[in-house]
Write a protein that binds this ligand. Sequence first.
Ligand code: PMP
Ligand code: GLN
Length: 380
Amino acid sequence: MSLVSKLPSVGVTIFTVMSKLANETGAINLSQGFPDFDCDPALVDLVAEKMRAAHNQYCPMPGQLALREALAMKIERLYGHRYDPVTEITVTSGATEALFCTITALVHPGDEVVVFEPAYDSYVPAIQLSGGRPVFVTLRHPDYRIDWDEVRRAISPKTKLLILNSPHNPTGTIFGPEDLRALKDVLTRTDAWVASDEVYEHIVFDGGRHESLARDPDLAARTIVISSFGKTYHTTGWKVGYTAAPAAVTKEIQGVHQWVTFTVNSAIQLAYADIVNDDPDCAALAGFYQAKRDLFLEMMRGSRFRPLPSAGTFFQLMEYGDITGEPDREFAIRMTKEHGVASIPLSPFLHTTTAGTVLRFCFAKKDATLRAAAERLCRI
Ligand code: PMP
Ligand code: GLN
């Protein structure tokens, strides 16, 4: 039987590769982005309560209405745009499914999608499965800001979608208000949609503000805002996310979603609805992670790694050029095996291998884990 891969150049994700290597070698795992501490036990109790109350069957296809209402309230409160919970919000299996359904709903064969790289690894395969063509705009080391002139040059009459991500994985950069103005300007007289990946919306440091695309009415009219509960509540394994978008495009996204998963875990959605209503601002999260970033940076001061600014997310980029000129993937693997700390190389986030000598470290870890990792890294 012949088997022709639809994704011939896609192997196993770097997150799987590095976490597996960390487990096999017993290294401290600062690679894949997930906390090594547990979520709030009260949240687990709340899910159990919902399960005991018999919320164990399919819920409506777009998600539990209570959760969609809570999200509409939260987004309006934080970013000033009111989404209709019935026609404009869809609960998905993580942001990953939200991205996949959005891209599948919008991209036809031959369409172009502007992707900013380094780019989160799930965007390009989804574009390719729909027969679309990624058009790359490079965020350049060391500040990884968007060059809006380059974006203007990347847009063509075939551009169907731009995929943006702030706070940005892997670089930790965040949009400023000037980026929203520039985006609006670039999109004038185009017919392009925007998918805005905002999964780290509550993790912004040093008094900065998350610039959701929902803040601007003109942008909101052409944007699919995508977020996830995994990063906000330390529950990456529960895989619940959502889209908020105008009704016409939401209808198309739901058209795909109903064939991908149909619905997402009923009881967990109800628990999230309660905690979103209790604390829609999640204002404590940024300080929690900022303290971890600062601890890691403090501990790394004596090392030969050079930190790049991290304004958001739970990732810290580090330059290792003073240690070696090895390619990033090779060095990340050797460092895991020989020095016992796993990280993520940047090259898998790029379609060419011009990543330079930079590694990504996840600081969503217990303070003891960060201290132990930094001690090892300081010895390299
Ligand atoms: N987008 C970005 C930028 C991410 O870092 C991640 C993963 N953590 C996702 C999307 C996927 O989120 P989820 O785990 O909710 O599917
Ligand atoms: N988003 C996580 C990261 O960037 C990984 C998610 C995954 O393993 N697919 O590390």
